[in-house]
Design a protein around this ligand. Structure first.
Ligand code: FAD
Ligand code: SF4
Length: 508
């Protein structure tokens, strides 16, 4: 065996650079399903199913085209970790070279390197050309900056890749169209929403579902609604469906929330991209073309492209810039436990109930649900960031650490002390009321700070401002919020503290 290519569950693209020199007659692919990858955080059943199903489809496709795939299937071997399965196979297969695409998870990266070294070989780590940028280029960009801010990075990426540009200027004369975006649905609601294309499980996925129910019966989540794309062809169809039916309204409603409507105008493409079933270039090109052909307005297309060319690449750069210390951040000194209802959805707070139940049903919540419902509540309650991180890494089908950790620890919990966020995303129940219809179905009042029917978000928000008043006053972006706090008299402040303490006791 000349070359053994290690192929992880989030590396399912045959056009990866690691295959450039692949020769079917002398080389082989190695893949393994191991319990540790489903249990190091308590993974949602849909997340496990998606990874295993996409892996098995990929392996079948490769075998079909005459490639040798050494595939370790769950239940057919005794190894619990990738490292132990790989160590055994390196001994057995004795490859001359071992290669892998740069893994997306620092833990896996370190272990693979150590395992290959222990077998007396060297692991060749190949650049991941799925992405527009690379960790090395991001490091160079970051070195020349006083502050790491998305906006500067995004503009540099637009220029460098010539996306939505005319010469050196952004098309439409503006880099962003926030004034047209970020709307709520208002009292009338969203009306009839286009339903996304679904991919009911085929025979292979049904086998995976049976395995997941057998080997991980106690894990969170349900599988009866599983309908995620698991092949590149399905991912392409999902992209086309999004561009034709939901992209035109994506911009205005990307921050809106609505009861019992999990998808709204979102693309549902994160998991397909993160597993590399779909290249971000293809997605960005499809969106740009839709605008050029007059099928979607610029505000929506720019808003969507910003998420992929901007945020997705930016957080990956931050992850590799700051690991491994990044996971230990706890800048706000938060030590509460994650409430148990995060795993069940059993709570009388309607916004959390909606978001959590939807998360458990589908392994999905859109960005504002993650940031401004589950994330905001954990921030205000003061949950230990590592517990929040482990929860997010477990429950979403698209969860892989390079994208999850900066979003959770940096953007949502401010645990990194502001490496790239200029302020903590803290808000009261009023924000939720403005952006959704959740509050009209809730026993709490988003306008009340204290008392039995005070909205816990609102109580905890004013309590958060009090607990962090000093440094929030020094930050120009939160100074206004502290000014509003300063207007409260001592009695009101005390009532907030009492209500907050009572609420904390109730959920702990
Ligand atoms: P859309 O709303 O349709 O957006 C289009 C695409 O843009 C997404 O598919 C995604 O690839 C990209 N994108 C959007 N926002 C972000 C962002 N903030 N960072 C990086 N990429 C972004 N995304 C993940 O892919 N995996 C995660 O584990 C993950 N964890 C998150 C945890 C928290 C606390 C928060 C606040 C956000 C997290 N996100 C994560 C980002 C975002 O919420 C999801 O990418 C998005 O909700 C996926 O749904 P969609 O494909 O319908 O996205
Ligand atoms: Fe959530 Fe508060 Fe609104 Fe209830 S009142 S849905 S807890 S924001």
């Amino acid at each position: 065996l000349r070359q053994l290519i290690l192929c992880l569950g989030d590396q399912l693209n045959r056009d990866a650079a690691v295959f450039d020199d692949f020769d079917k007659s002398t080389d082989a692919i190695w893949m393994a399903e191991v319990p540790e990858e489903a249990t190091h955080v308590w993974s949602h059943k849909a997340r496990i199913t998606l990874f295993l199903s996409a892996m098995r489809h990929f392996a079948d496709g490769q075998r079909g085209s005459g490639v040798t795939v050494h595939y370790r299937r769950l239940g057919e071997h005794e190894h619990t970790s990738l490292a132990s399965a790989l160590a055994a196979d390196l001994k057995r297969l004795r490859p001359e070279r071992v290669l892998v695409t740069h893994p997306g998870d620092y833990r896996v990266y370190r272990r693979l390197k150590a395992t290959v070294r222990a077998a007396g070989l060297r692991l060749t780590v190949v650049r991941d050309r799925h992405f527009f940028d690379s960790p090395e280029r991001f490091r160079v960009w970051a070195r020349s900056r006083k502050q790491l801010r998305l906006e500067n990075y995004y503009r540099a990426m637009r220029r460098h890749h010539g996306i939505l540009m005319t010469g050196d200027e952004p098309v439409g004369g503006s880099w962003n169209f926030d004034a047209d975006n970020r709307k709520s649905f208002g009292a009338d609601g969203p009306g009839l929403l286009p339903q996304p294309l679904r991919f009911p499980p085929d025979t292979l996925t049904r086998e995976v579902i049976a395995d997941v129910e057998r080997y991980f019966p106690q894990h969170p989540g349900r599988l009866d609604a599983f309908d995620w794309p698991v092949t590149p062809e399905q991912a392409r169809d999902a992209l086309e469906d999004f561009v034709s039916h939901r992209l035109p309204a994506f911009g205005p409603y990307q921050d809106a929330l609505w009861r019992d409507e999990p998808w709204l105008y979102h693309s549902r493409l994160s998991a397909a991209m993160n597993l590399k079933l779909l290249a971000p270039r293809v997605v960005v090109d499809a969106a740009e073309w839709a605008w050029r052909e007059g099928r979607a307005p610029l505000a929506s297309v720019e808003g969507f492209i910003r998420q992929i060319l901007g945020w997705r690449e930016f957080v990956r750069g931050i992850y590799w810039l700051r690991m491994p210390e990044y996971l230990d951040g706890n800048a706000l000194d938060a030590h509460a436990d994650l409430p148990a209802f995060y795993w069940t959805g059993d709570t009388d707070m309607a916004c959390l109930r909606q978001t959590l139940r939807q998360t458990l049903d589908y392994g999905y919540a859109h960005h504002i649900q993650r940031l401004m419902i589950t994330g905001l509540y954990a921030l205000l309650l003061g949950v230990e960031p590592r517990q929040v991180h482990q929860w997010y890494l477990a429950v979403y089908v698209d969860a892989v650490e390079w994208v999850e950790a900066p979003n959770t620890l940096g953007m949502s919990q401010f645990a990194d002390g502001g490496v790239f966020a200029s302020k903590p995303y803290c808000a009261s129940g009023r924000y939720v009321q403005r952006m959704s219809n959740y509050c009209s179905d809730c026993r709490y009042d988003p306008g009340k700070r204290s008392g039995d029917d005070a909205c816990p978000f609102t109580t905890l928000y004013w309590d958060f401002l009090q607990r962090h008043e000093g440094w929030l006053r020094d930050n120009p972006r939160t100074r206004m919020q502290v000014r509003n706090l300063e207007r409260l008299d001592a009695g009101t402040r005390e009532a907030v503290r009492v209500s907050a303490t009572r609420h904390r006791r109730m959920v702990s």
